[in-house]
Design a protein around this ligand. Structure first.
Ligand SMILES: C[S@@+](CC[C@H](N)C(=O)[O-])C[C@H]1O[C@@H](n2cnc3c(N)ncnc32)[C@H](O)[C@@H]1O
Length: 141
């Protein structure tokens, strides 16, 4: 695929997908990743983090992966089992609330940067200008 024909966001996404797909056949990378988990587990590294003041007991990598998944799927509801101190519940609830917030903000006005419109044409839609579905979140920590 001609990456130059793509807008910068699409080109970056393509490069990212190619990079991730290479990991599947990279034995050295897999060994490094496996070894890299053992010591943090032993040292309870994942106990060092909070989400909005609540202990989360997850690695930051997992927290970012959850954020990406939630933003991509945009679920109406997240059910979590295996709660310790509830940090990941707060993470899920705050993501759902943020998706709702974006929808409300975008409902009032759509933000399309002038530079992007000039560069990619009037039909260009910044990722933040995509419509969202309504959803709600509530938890009782
Ligand atoms: C690493 S902690 C996750 C904490 C969570 N991210 C939070 O922020 O509260 C794993 C939790 O899962 C619970 N757990 C482990 N095995 C389980 C199972 N089979 N069913 C339900 N909970 C389980 C443990 O008791 C522990 O509270």
């Amino acid at each position: 695929m001609n990456k130059k024909a793509l807008d910068p966001v699409a080109a970056f996404e393509l490069a990212r997908a190619e990079s991730i797909s290479r990991y599947q056949s990279d034995k050295r990378w897999q060994t490094m990743s496996g070894n890299g988990c053992a010591e943090p587990l032993k040292q309870k590294y994942m106990y060092n983090f909070k989400w909005m003041g609540r202990p989360i007991i997850q690695t930051p990598i997992d927290m970012v992966a959850m954020q990406e998944l939630i933003w991509q799927v945009k679920p109406d509801l997240i059910i979590e089992t295996g709660i310790a101190h509830g940090g990941s519940l707060i993470l899920s609830a705050s993501m759902l609330a943020m998706i709702d917030y974006c929808e409300a903000a975008e409902g009032a006005s759509r933000w399309i940067p002038k530079q992007a419109t000039a560069e990619y044409g009037a039909g260009y839609r910044h990722p933040r200008s995509q419509p969202r579905c309504h959803r709600s979140a509530s938890i009782s920590p």
